[in-house]
Design a protein around this ligand. Structure first.
Ligand SMILES: Cc1ncc(COP(=O)(O)O)c(C=O)c1O
Length: 306
């Protein structure tokens, strides 16, 4: 089956799922542009709306040299006739790598900065300086995460799979905005976030996006069980990602594949009980495959060659 950009749900088959009587449904966000896919479309929705309503000239944001968010911001800006600026982590960043090349193809102006400067991206002083340099640009935080992003993600109904209500909603967690949005939209369904970065402050960052006056469904965060450091993966994890290709499911090993690997481990350990119906948010990020192939970390796949 060929995955189309308008697919909303996909039921995944796997011997582990059969053995543990678990249903797995992947939730997609329909998008006509693969460069603004998954959580990005939802995270940017209200920030774009604000930029257009308040007549900003462009969007300014931050990301690493292979950032999915930079690509999505560049593409979203171009689609809406806005300019874009990307502050890139590391002066040494190769601006011709596939990710940054896509950004430039959308007209994004890239500014590679030292890691020390990048570290200061949340400081008022840095933000003021950038505001002075780019006065008519809406500043979007790294990863797009902010209250508006959470609102956008919360609108995705992950609860009602085609087979009936899910018992658990799951997504990969980086900066925490996506899982906060999933929790906002979960009503009474439990939520599981799989952290693919090692960040002790992540639970607090997520809590800050969940106002204390509301009653939230049960949610928990689990560190990725295999290759927990951000960006790391091995052959086993990459083979796991590829093993779903024949079902039309494309995964990359940094976010979606790594998170799904942990889901399978939790099923095998009985920590996700038999009889569960899982709704897993496919957060996109497939452009990263091109970057991994470019760096020789995977052999080119049909998708990474596109
Ligand atoms: C493909 C993909 N999945 C999941 C995430 C995690 O989202 P968040 O940073 O909102 O936790 C990201 C990061 O933006 C991502 O690029």
């Amino acid at each position: 089956m060929k995955l189309t950009s308008y697919l909303q749900w996909q039921n995944i088959q796997h011997p582990v799922l059969t053995e543990h009587q678990t249903e797995l449904w992947l939730r997609y966000v329909p998008s006509s542009n693969p460069d603004i896919s998954g959580n990005k479309l939802l995270k940017l929705k209200y920030q774009l709306e604000q930029a257009l309503q308040q007549k900003y000239q462009g969007l300014l944001t931050f990301g690493g040299a292979f950032s999915n968010h930079l690509v999505a911001t560049a593409a979203a800006a171009a689609e809406n006739n806005l300019k874009s600026v990307g502050i890139v982590r590391g002066e040494e960043a190769d601006i011709n790598n596939p990710t940054l090349a896509i950004c430039q193809s959308y007209g994004m102006r890239l500014i590679p900065v030292s890691r020390a400067y990048y570290q200061s991206r949340y400081l008022q002083e840095t933000l003021q300086q950038l505001k002075g340099q780019f006065p008519d640009y809406l500043h979007i935080p790294e990863g797009g995460t902010c209250e508006a992003a959470v609102r956008g993600v919360s609108e995705l109904d992950m609860r009602n799979t085609p087979a009936g209500p899910a018992s658990l909603l799951i997504c990969a967690v980086g900066s925490g905005g996506t899982v906060a949005g999933v929790i906002h939209g979960a009503e009474t369904t439990a939520v599981l976030g799989i952290a693919v970065v090692k960040d002790q402050s992540l639970p607090d960052k997520i809590k800050q996006l969940l106002p204390s006056e509301r009653h939230w469904p049960e949610w928990r965060l689990v560190q990725a069980l295999h290759q927990p450091r951000y960006g790391r993966f091995d052959q086993e994890l990459w083979q796991f990602c590829q093993s779903f290709a024949h079902q039309g499911l494309q995964l990359e090993p940094i976010y979606t594949g790594k998170a799904l690997y942990s889901v399978f481990e939790l099923i095998k350990r009985g920590e996700i009980p038999p009889g569960s119906r899982l709704s897993f948010f496919h957060t996109g990020g497939l452009q990263a495959l091109k970057g991994l192939a470019y760096r020789g970390l995977i052999s080119p796949t049909a998708d990474s060659e596109q």
